[in-house]
Design a protein around this ligand. Sequence first.
Ligand code: AMP
Ligand code: MG
Length: 413
Amino acid sequence: MFRKLATFEEAKQLIWQTLQPKPLGTEQIPLLEAHNRVLAQDATSTLDIPPFSRSTVDGYAVKAQDTFGADENQPVQLKVCGLVSIGEPPMVKVEKGEAAEIVTGAPIPEGADAVVMVEDTQREDMELTVYGSVTQNENVMKKGTDIKQGETVLQAGRVLGSREVGVLAAVGNAQVKVHVAPTAAVLSTGGEVTEPGKPLPSGKIYDINAYSLCTAVWESGGKPIYQGVVPDEKEPLRQALKQALASADMVLTSGGVSVGPKDIIPATVDSLGEPGVFLSGVAVKPGKPTTVALIGEKPVFSFPGHPTSALLNFILLARPIIQVMAGKQPTEMPSISAVADRRMFSAKGRRTFVTVRLVLDTEKGLVAEPVESGASGAITTLAKADGFVEIPANEQFVDAGEKVRVCLFREGT
Ligand code: AMP
Ligand code: MG
């Protein structure tokens, strides 16, 4: 194990080179459980959708030509030849001068090529008066106009949300082949850290990181396994880490990576297998002591305990790895241009991430205001911030009024 503060770029490169993340394989799952999963193969349709030409209104299926010229003053008379029931093959055939009663979604019967809306008709027994003309295919959704047989409806790699699941259902799938979601065991460390839901003795704080990191794992396309809190003691820590490694595809820890006497995470992780810790510290602020290891085939990311630090470094370094393991394209964070509201300083020699809130100013446009946190320990920083501004290690500050790019924590905000 070596100690060297890598630059942010070096750290990212080393992580990708060493971990070489790959998708884990595929599995067939019920469509109803597919939310947020990644499609493993192109989805094609084996049938035309709609599978038959159907009416888009309630009314009468007719031969369009029979209605030509019809208006309020010169209606045409047609004979009602029957009824098309919804969900059934039509039992009627429309001949010249005839109309078949039809509802929205029912199949167009043979002989008809348009539908007159019920509002444009008046019926007396089997006599139909039509007060408006229709053109061919009017009020008809033709077979295969939505999806053609053999058409690719979704491409491999697509993340499944409500719209995608709807499309897969439309072509008749109850199951879907998706990438296996990587599992990440998440544990917090520190004698002061207490699980939410339990009483809070004096001197203790609630565990933020395991919760925020677990949720961030979901957001990245992985499946978190919450492992709770472990004290900063070598043996319990070793046991917890071993169990975490055995139960998941990767491990995420927080706390205990600085240089204090209780900061025994790096050495403990390193003792668990080869090649061990390969990145000890990154020249970034916040998050300098972030440590990354590979134990056998499994990545272990150890973030500092400060909640902002832990989550930000997860987003910057671990999220893209999980995305790739989940079969996704690692996405650049969406970003937006804004104007710095005041001078923002960088930490000497370190890539600095300043969390900012975006405010719309009538004159200046979108303005990036640093979110005052006092220290990176305040979780509220993350709740208040819309994103962050990156200041390169070789720049001292970004000046007030300067144009900055804000990487957004969430799309659309
Ligand atoms: P450490 O990195 O362990 O030195 O912790 C840095 C700071 O973050 C300390 O104030 C810790 O109490 C706090 N901290 C560590 N772990 C957590 C956690 N899981 N949730 C909230 N705060 C934490
Ligand atoms: Mg600690």
